[in-house]
Design a protein around this ligand. Structure first.
Ligand SMILES: NC(=O)c1ccc[n+]([C@@H]2O[C@H](COP(=O)([O-])OP(=O)(O)OC[C@H]3O[C@@H](n4cnc5c(N)ncnc54)[C@H](OP(=O)(O)O)[C@@H]3O)[C@@H](O)[C@H]2O)c1
Length: 270
């Protein structure tokens, strides 16, 4: 499979790095990017062919990955539409539905929509994928292989669920960083140095995530195991419960999903 990336920014760079690590040859990948400095960076770092023009790269590719900002997708689609034939189109743009994209691509229907997240930059992302009904099993496998280069993948059966995915794993790293910030602040207020606070916090997150991932027990059960009666954890958790922190978190994630829906509606009007 030859892959043409349209947009050579953060996410495309992560995907290209991941694909090369998976054994793809640089000659199988091409990047269409309007910024000359970004093109030079990609060529020097990865040895991939880059261009400011769509036509040649798309003609040589069987899959086109759209990795520009959502606001740029309409213009890119207009330019891409006449160049498409039997291509698989994979869009990673947040909020753009397959119906809008198909309309902008003048009826092209071999479209997979994917939602990666920021840890893709260090190849530990999680990407959700949704396939439009016309997408073949082979296309699905091809799209999954592209996103699997930067982490885990998960298919969702209904496209509306991409708003939930955006709210949970797309925005999710920000919630984690928010809790990290608070834990580091507490550590410093309790007298630890900034470096000590950072080390203790990051390793705690890494360890807890690894344990939750490998243990057959639920996070609730694992939490109960850290919480002995009358102990320190119990005191902290009581305070969190009194402040309804979990309920606020759930509300916050639902707000993010609603915003994802709103943005999708706004972008669809472009
Ligand atoms: N970063 C994330 O964590 C994340 C997570 C999930 C999904 N996504 C999605 O991934 C997409 C890309 O995000 P990103 O963070 O990689 O953005 P980015 O770094 O801004 O990359 C987009 C690149 O495409 C270039 N570009 C714009 N118009 C173009 C055109 N017509 N032809 C060719 N290249 C063009 C941009 O150049 P200029 O800068 O000159 O405009 C920029 O270099 C977005 O749609 C976003 O919703 C990102």
């Amino acid at each position: 499979m030859n892959i043409a990336f349209v947009g050579g920014g953060n996410m495309a760079t992560a995907l290209i790095g991941g694909l090369l690590q998976q054994g793809y040859a640089a000659a199988q990948l091409a990047v269409v990017e309007i910024d000359g400095a970004a093109r030079t960076r990609l060529e020097e770092r990865y040895g991939v062919a880059t261009s400011g023009e769509l036509a040649a790269s798309v003609a040589r590719a069987s899959a086109v990955v759209l990795a520009v900002k959502p606001q740029q997708m309409r213009a890119v689609s207009d330019a891409l539409a006449p160049l498409l034939s039997a291509h698989l189109v994979v869009s990673i743009a947040a909020g753009i539905t397959t119906a809008h994209l198909s309309r902008w691509l003048r009826g092209h229907s071999r479209i997979v929509r994917a939602m990666p997240n920021m840890p893709a930059l260090v190849l530990t992302g999680i990407s959700a994928l949704y396939a439009a009904p016309q997408v073949t099993p082979e296309d699905r496998r091809a799209a999954q292989a592209i996103l699997a280069a930067v982490g885990e993948t998960l298919w969702v059966a209904r496209e509306e669920l991409m708003d939930a995915v955006t709210a949970v794993s797309g925005s999710g790293p920000a919630y984690v960083f928010y809790v990290m910030e608070a834990l580091m602040r507490a550590a410093e207020e309790l007298g630890l140095s900034r470096d000590e606070a950072r080390c203790l916090t990051l390793e705690t997150f890494r360890g807890a995530a690894a344990l939750a991932r490998t243990s057959p027990e639920t996070p609730a059960a694992l939490r109960a195991r850290v919480t002995s009666k009358g102990g320190t954890t119990e005191r902290a958790l009581r305070k969190l419960e009194q402040a309804h922190v979990a309920d606020h978190l759930v509300d916050a994630v639902k707000q993010a999903a609603e915003r994802s829906r709103e943005l999708g509606d706004e972008l669809g009007k472009l």
